[in-house]
Design a protein around this ligand. Structure first.
Ligand code: GDP
Length: 304
Protein backbone atom coordinates (compact mmCIF):
# COMPACT_ATOMS: atom_id res chain seq x y z
CA UNK A 1 0.00 0.00 0.00
CA UNK A 2 1.53 3.31 -1.09
CA UNK A 3 -0.55 6.06 0.31
CA UNK A 4 -1.58 4.80 3.72
CA UNK A 5 -0.05 7.57 5.71
CA UNK A 6 -2.08 10.03 3.71
CA UNK A 7 -5.37 8.27 4.13
CA UNK A 8 -8.04 9.59 6.46
CA UNK A 9 -10.81 7.23 7.64
CA UNK A 10 -14.10 8.66 8.88
CA UNK A 11 -15.95 6.32 11.22
CA UNK A 12 -12.52 5.04 12.22
CA UNK A 13 -13.65 3.15 15.32
CA UNK A 14 -16.67 1.57 13.67
CA UNK A 15 -17.08 -1.89 12.28
CA UNK A 16 -15.15 -1.34 9.03
CA UNK A 17 -12.92 1.55 10.15
CA UNK A 18 -11.47 -0.46 13.03
CA UNK A 19 -10.48 -3.30 10.64
CA UNK A 20 -8.65 -1.02 8.20
CA UNK A 21 -4.86 -0.73 8.26
CA UNK A 22 -3.48 0.98 11.37
CA UNK A 23 -1.30 3.12 9.08
CA UNK A 24 -4.37 5.12 8.16
CA UNK A 25 -5.43 8.17 10.15
CA UNK A 26 -8.71 7.23 11.80
CA UNK A 27 -11.19 9.69 13.23
CA UNK A 28 -14.42 8.89 14.98
CA UNK A 29 -17.50 10.55 16.39
CA UNK A 30 -15.41 13.17 18.26
CA UNK A 31 -15.83 15.07 14.99
CA UNK A 32 -19.44 15.94 14.24
CA UNK A 33 -19.45 15.57 10.47
CA UNK A 34 -23.02 16.88 10.28
CA UNK A 35 -21.41 20.26 10.91
CA UNK A 36 -19.87 21.74 7.78
CA UNK A 37 -17.29 23.92 9.52
CA UNK A 38 -16.05 20.99 11.65
CA UNK A 39 -15.79 18.81 8.53
CA UNK A 40 -13.95 21.55 6.65
CA UNK A 41 -11.55 22.07 9.55
CA UNK A 42 -10.84 18.34 9.84
CA UNK A 43 -10.07 17.83 6.16
CA UNK A 44 -8.22 21.09 5.59
CA UNK A 45 -5.99 20.59 8.64
CA UNK A 46 -5.07 16.97 7.86
CA UNK A 47 -4.99 17.52 4.12
CA UNK A 48 -5.19 13.81 3.25
CA UNK A 49 -4.46 12.48 -0.24
CA UNK A 50 -7.29 10.01 0.12
CA UNK A 51 -10.33 9.49 2.32
CA UNK A 52 -12.25 6.34 3.20
CA UNK A 53 -15.65 7.57 4.28
CA UNK A 54 -17.29 4.98 6.54
CA UNK A 55 -18.93 7.33 9.06
CA UNK A 56 -22.71 7.11 9.05
CA UNK A 57 -25.67 6.97 11.34
CA UNK A 58 -26.40 3.25 11.06
CA UNK A 59 -28.64 0.70 12.68
CA UNK A 60 -30.46 -2.50 11.96
CA UNK A 61 -34.10 -2.89 11.13
CA UNK A 62 -35.14 -1.48 14.55
CA UNK A 63 -32.94 1.61 14.35
CA UNK A 64 -34.06 2.33 10.80
CA UNK A 65 -37.74 2.06 11.72
CA UNK A 66 -37.55 4.04 14.99
CA UNK A 67 -35.32 6.94 13.94
CA UNK A 68 -36.34 7.75 10.38
CA UNK A 69 -35.82 11.50 10.71
CA UNK A 70 -32.42 11.19 12.33
CA UNK A 71 -31.30 8.55 9.85
CA UNK A 72 -32.15 10.85 6.96
CA UNK A 73 -30.78 14.11 8.39
CA UNK A 74 -27.56 12.78 9.87
CA UNK A 75 -26.60 10.78 6.80
CA UNK A 76 -27.47 13.37 4.19
CA UNK A 77 -25.52 16.03 6.14
CA UNK A 78 -22.51 13.81 6.84
CA UNK A 79 -22.16 12.64 3.23
CA UNK A 80 -22.78 16.05 1.68
CA UNK A 81 -20.22 17.69 3.95
CA UNK A 82 -17.55 15.02 3.62
CA UNK A 83 -17.71 14.79 -0.17
CA UNK A 84 -17.73 18.58 -0.58
CA UNK A 85 -14.84 19.10 1.87
CA UNK A 86 -12.82 16.44 0.04
CA UNK A 87 -13.34 18.34 -3.20
CA UNK A 88 -12.58 21.70 -1.64
CA UNK A 89 -9.34 20.61 0.01
CA UNK A 90 -7.88 18.59 -2.84
CA UNK A 91 -8.50 15.00 -1.77
CA UNK A 92 -7.51 12.93 -4.80
CA UNK A 93 -9.32 9.69 -4.04
CA UNK A 94 -12.46 9.13 -2.01
CA UNK A 95 -14.01 5.75 -1.23
CA UNK A 96 -17.54 6.27 0.03
CA UNK A 97 -19.62 3.58 1.74
CA UNK A 98 -23.14 2.96 0.52
CA UNK A 99 -25.23 -0.06 1.55
CA UNK A 100 -27.48 -2.66 -0.09
CA UNK A 101 -30.39 -0.81 1.54
CA UNK A 102 -30.05 1.70 -1.31
CA UNK A 103 -31.63 -0.69 -3.79
CA UNK A 104 -35.28 -0.58 -4.80
CA UNK A 105 -37.61 -2.95 -3.02
CA UNK A 106 -39.45 -4.02 -6.14
CA UNK A 107 -36.72 -4.87 -8.62
CA UNK A 108 -35.56 -7.87 -10.55
CA UNK A 109 -32.96 -9.90 -8.63
CA UNK A 110 -30.02 -10.15 -8.39
CA UNK A 111 -29.11 -6.59 -7.44
CA UNK A 112 -26.42 -5.09 -9.63
CA UNK A 113 -24.60 -1.79 -9.61
CA UNK A 114 -26.89 -0.54 -12.38
CA UNK A 115 -30.14 -0.92 -10.41
CA UNK A 116 -29.69 1.55 -7.54
CA UNK A 117 -32.15 4.18 -8.72
CA UNK A 118 -34.81 2.05 -10.40
CA UNK A 119 -37.54 2.39 -7.77
CA UNK A 120 -38.50 3.11 -4.15
CA UNK A 121 -36.39 1.53 -1.41
CA UNK A 122 -38.10 -0.74 1.15
CA UNK A 123 -40.42 1.14 3.49
CA UNK A 124 -38.49 0.04 6.62
CA UNK A 125 -35.35 1.99 5.72
CA UNK A 126 -36.12 4.49 2.95
CA UNK A 127 -34.69 7.57 4.76
CA UNK A 128 -31.29 5.91 5.16
CA UNK A 129 -31.51 4.51 1.63
CA UNK A 130 -32.32 7.83 -0.02
CA UNK A 131 -29.60 9.65 1.94
CA UNK A 132 -27.07 7.06 0.75
CA UNK A 133 -28.38 7.16 -2.82
CA UNK A 134 -27.64 10.89 -2.83
CA UNK A 135 -23.99 10.16 -2.06
CA UNK A 136 -23.90 8.17 -5.31
CA UNK A 137 -25.45 11.15 -7.12
CA UNK A 138 -23.02 13.62 -5.54
CA UNK A 139 -20.06 11.47 -6.50
CA UNK A 140 -21.31 11.06 -10.06
CA UNK A 141 -21.85 14.83 -10.36
CA UNK A 142 -18.44 15.65 -8.91
CA UNK A 143 -16.73 13.20 -11.23
CA UNK A 144 -18.45 14.84 -14.20
CA UNK A 145 -17.97 18.47 -13.21
CA UNK A 146 -14.60 18.32 -11.44
CA UNK A 147 -13.03 15.19 -12.94
CA UNK A 148 -12.45 13.71 -9.47
CA UNK A 149 -11.60 10.05 -8.94
CA UNK A 150 -14.23 9.49 -6.27
CA UNK A 151 -15.84 6.05 -6.01
CA UNK A 152 -18.33 4.22 -3.86
CA UNK A 153 -18.75 0.70 -2.55
CA UNK A 154 -21.92 -1.22 -1.68
CA UNK A 155 -21.26 -3.84 0.97
CA UNK A 156 -24.01 -6.27 2.00
CA UNK A 157 -24.72 -6.86 5.75
CA UNK A 158 -21.35 -6.39 7.46
CA UNK A 159 -20.64 -8.04 10.81
CA UNK A 160 -17.59 -8.55 13.00
CA UNK A 161 -15.74 -7.28 16.08
CA UNK A 162 -16.31 -3.66 17.18
CA UNK A 163 -19.88 -3.68 15.88
CA UNK A 164 -22.72 -2.03 17.79
CA UNK A 165 -24.24 -4.84 19.88
CA UNK A 166 -27.28 -2.78 20.92
CA UNK A 167 -30.31 -4.99 21.52
CA UNK A 168 -32.88 -2.68 19.95
CA UNK A 169 -31.07 -0.75 17.26
CA UNK A 170 -28.17 -2.99 16.24
CA UNK A 171 -27.94 -5.12 13.11
CA UNK A 172 -29.20 -8.66 13.35
CA UNK A 173 -25.93 -10.53 14.04
CA UNK A 174 -24.57 -8.33 16.85
CA UNK A 175 -28.05 -7.97 18.42
CA UNK A 176 -28.58 -11.72 18.38
CA UNK A 177 -25.12 -12.48 19.79
CA UNK A 178 -25.82 -10.07 22.65
CA UNK A 179 -29.32 -11.49 23.22
CA UNK A 180 -28.03 -15.07 23.27
CA UNK A 181 -25.23 -14.05 25.66
CA UNK A 182 -27.79 -12.56 28.08
CA UNK A 183 -30.23 -15.47 27.70
CA UNK A 184 -27.45 -17.90 28.59
CA UNK A 185 -26.22 -15.79 31.51
CA UNK A 186 -29.72 -15.19 32.96
CA UNK A 187 -31.17 -18.57 32.05
CA UNK A 188 -33.98 -17.03 29.97
CA UNK A 189 -35.39 -17.57 26.47
CA UNK A 190 -33.45 -16.37 23.43
CA UNK A 191 -35.97 -14.15 21.64
CA UNK A 192 -35.56 -13.61 17.90
CA UNK A 193 -37.61 -11.22 15.75
CA UNK A 194 -39.83 -12.42 12.95
CA UNK A 195 -40.10 -15.80 11.28
CA UNK A 196 -36.42 -16.58 10.67
CA UNK A 197 -37.23 -17.05 6.99
CA UNK A 198 -35.71 -13.85 5.54
CA UNK A 199 -32.44 -14.30 3.70
CA UNK A 200 -29.40 -12.06 3.96
CA UNK A 201 -25.86 -11.95 2.57
CA UNK A 202 -23.36 -11.36 5.34
CA UNK A 203 -19.78 -10.22 4.85
CA UNK A 204 -17.09 -10.27 7.54
CA UNK A 205 -15.66 -6.86 8.44
CA UNK A 206 -12.03 -7.88 7.83
CA UNK A 207 -12.96 -8.96 4.29
CA UNK A 208 -14.59 -5.58 3.72
CA UNK A 209 -11.44 -3.89 5.04
CA UNK A 210 -9.21 -5.86 2.63
CA UNK A 211 -11.51 -5.09 -0.29
CA UNK A 212 -11.66 -1.41 0.68
CA UNK A 213 -7.86 -1.17 0.64
CA UNK A 214 -7.93 -2.75 -2.81
CA UNK A 215 -10.62 -0.29 -3.99
CA UNK A 216 -8.57 2.62 -2.69
CA UNK A 217 -5.65 1.60 -4.87
CA UNK A 218 -7.31 0.01 -7.86
CA UNK A 219 -10.97 0.76 -8.45
CA UNK A 220 -11.71 3.91 -10.43
CA UNK A 221 -15.09 3.41 -12.13
CA UNK A 222 -17.95 5.88 -11.86
CA UNK A 223 -20.41 3.17 -10.90
CA UNK A 224 -20.25 1.76 -7.37
CA UNK A 225 -18.92 -1.74 -6.79
CA UNK A 226 -20.86 -4.33 -4.77
CA UNK A 227 -18.81 -6.03 -2.04
CA UNK A 228 -20.55 -9.30 -1.44
CA UNK A 229 -20.10 -13.04 -1.15
CA UNK A 230 -23.44 -13.36 -3.02
CA UNK A 231 -24.26 -16.27 -0.69
CA UNK A 232 -27.62 -16.08 1.03
CA UNK A 233 -28.30 -17.53 4.47
CA UNK A 234 -31.56 -17.48 6.41
CA UNK A 235 -31.89 -15.74 9.76
CA UNK A 236 -32.86 -19.14 11.16
CA UNK A 237 -29.54 -20.66 10.05
CA UNK A 238 -27.69 -17.73 11.60
CA UNK A 239 -29.56 -18.28 14.87
CA UNK A 240 -28.65 -21.99 14.81
CA UNK A 241 -24.97 -21.14 14.39
CA UNK A 242 -25.05 -18.58 17.22
CA UNK A 243 -26.77 -21.10 19.49
CA UNK A 244 -24.10 -23.67 18.62
CA UNK A 245 -21.05 -21.41 19.07
CA UNK A 246 -22.40 -19.87 22.27
CA UNK A 247 -23.35 -23.31 23.56
CA UNK A 248 -26.83 -22.07 24.45
CA UNK A 249 -29.01 -24.85 25.85
CA UNK A 250 -32.25 -22.89 26.47
CA UNK A 251 -35.23 -22.22 24.18
CA UNK A 252 -35.27 -20.07 21.08
CA UNK A 253 -38.53 -18.09 20.81
CA UNK A 254 -39.58 -16.65 17.44
CA UNK A 255 -41.42 -13.38 17.96
CA UNK A 256 -43.88 -13.22 15.08
CA UNK A 257 -45.18 -9.82 16.20
CA UNK A 258 -41.75 -8.37 15.35
CA UNK A 259 -40.87 -7.38 11.77
CA UNK A 260 -39.19 -9.58 9.18
CA UNK A 261 -38.15 -6.58 7.07
CA UNK A 262 -37.27 -7.21 3.46
CA UNK A 263 -37.56 -10.90 2.57
CA UNK A 264 -34.32 -11.03 0.60
CA UNK A 265 -31.93 -8.81 -1.34
CA UNK A 266 -29.58 -11.08 -3.26
CA UNK A 267 -26.71 -9.29 -4.93
CA UNK A 268 -24.53 -10.01 -7.91
CA UNK A 269 -20.80 -9.87 -7.09
CA UNK A 270 -19.62 -10.58 -10.63
CA UNK A 271 -18.03 -7.16 -11.07
CA UNK A 272 -15.95 -7.70 -7.93
CA UNK A 273 -14.99 -11.21 -9.00
CA UNK A 274 -14.02 -9.99 -12.46
CA UNK A 275 -11.33 -7.91 -10.74
CA UNK A 276 -10.50 -10.33 -7.91
CA UNK A 277 -11.38 -13.85 -9.04
CA UNK A 278 -9.33 -15.48 -6.27
CA UNK A 279 -10.56 -13.45 -3.32
CA UNK A 280 -11.15 -15.77 -0.34
CA UNK A 281 -14.13 -14.69 1.75
CA UNK A 282 -14.27 -15.62 5.43
CA UNK A 283 -17.01 -18.23 5.89
CA UNK A 284 -20.01 -17.26 7.99
CA UNK A 285 -19.06 -20.04 10.43
CA UNK A 286 -15.53 -18.72 10.95
CA UNK A 287 -16.64 -15.08 11.02
CA UNK A 288 -19.36 -15.77 13.59
CA UNK A 289 -16.96 -17.70 15.81
CA UNK A 290 -14.47 -14.84 15.73
CA UNK A 291 -17.15 -12.22 16.39
CA UNK A 292 -18.62 -14.19 19.31
CA UNK A 293 -15.15 -14.71 20.85
CA UNK A 294 -14.45 -11.02 20.48
CA UNK A 295 -17.76 -10.05 22.10
CA UNK A 296 -17.28 -12.38 25.06
CA UNK A 297 -13.72 -11.17 25.61
CA UNK A 298 -14.62 -7.50 25.25
CA UNK A 299 -18.08 -7.50 26.81
CA UNK A 300 -17.47 -4.60 29.20
CA UNK A 301 -15.97 -2.22 26.66
CA UNK A 302 -18.09 -3.21 23.62
CA UNK A 303 -20.60 -0.80 22.10
CA UNK A 304 -24.04 -1.86 23.20
P1 GDP B 1 -31.66 -5.37 7.33
O1 GDP B 1 -30.84 -6.36 6.57
O2 GDP B 1 -31.47 -3.97 6.85
O3 GDP B 1 -33.12 -5.75 7.39
O4 GDP B 1 -31.11 -5.30 8.79
P2 GDP B 1 -30.82 -6.25 10.01
O5 GDP B 1 -29.38 -6.52 10.10
O6 GDP B 1 -31.44 -5.55 11.18
O7 GDP B 1 -31.56 -7.66 9.75
C1 GDP B 1 -32.92 -7.77 9.90
C2 GDP B 1 -33.41 -9.20 9.79
O8 GDP B 1 -33.01 -9.96 10.95
C3 GDP B 1 -34.93 -9.23 9.75
O9 GDP B 1 -35.36 -10.34 9.00
C4 GDP B 1 -35.28 -9.40 11.23
O10 GDP B 1 -36.57 -9.97 11.42
C5 GDP B 1 -34.18 -10.37 11.66
N1 GDP B 1 -33.92 -10.29 13.12
C6 GDP B 1 -34.19 -11.29 14.01
N2 GDP B 1 -33.88 -10.89 15.25
C7 GDP B 1 -33.38 -9.63 15.16
C8 GDP B 1 -32.86 -8.71 16.12
O11 GDP B 1 -32.81 -8.95 17.32
N3 GDP B 1 -32.42 -7.52 15.63
C9 GDP B 1 -32.45 -7.21 14.31
N4 GDP B 1 -31.98 -6.02 13.90
N5 GDP B 1 -32.95 -8.05 13.37
C10 GDP B 1 -33.41 -9.25 13.79
Amino acid sequence: MKNNLNTLVTGGRGLVGSSLSEDMHKVNSDFDLRDKSITDKLISSLSPTSVVHCAAKVGGLGGNMNMKGEFFYDNIMINTNVIESCRKYGVEKLVCFLSTCVFPDDVEYPLTEKKIHLGEPHNSNYPYAYAKRMADIQIRAYREQYGLNYVSVIPTNIYGPNDNFNLKNGHVIPSLIHKCYLAKKNDTDFKVWGSGKPLREFIYSEDVAKLTEWVLENYNEKEPIILSTSEEISIKEVVNLIVKYMDFKGSVVWQDDKPDGQFRKPSDNSKLLSYLPDFKFTSIEKGLEKTIDWFINNYESSRK
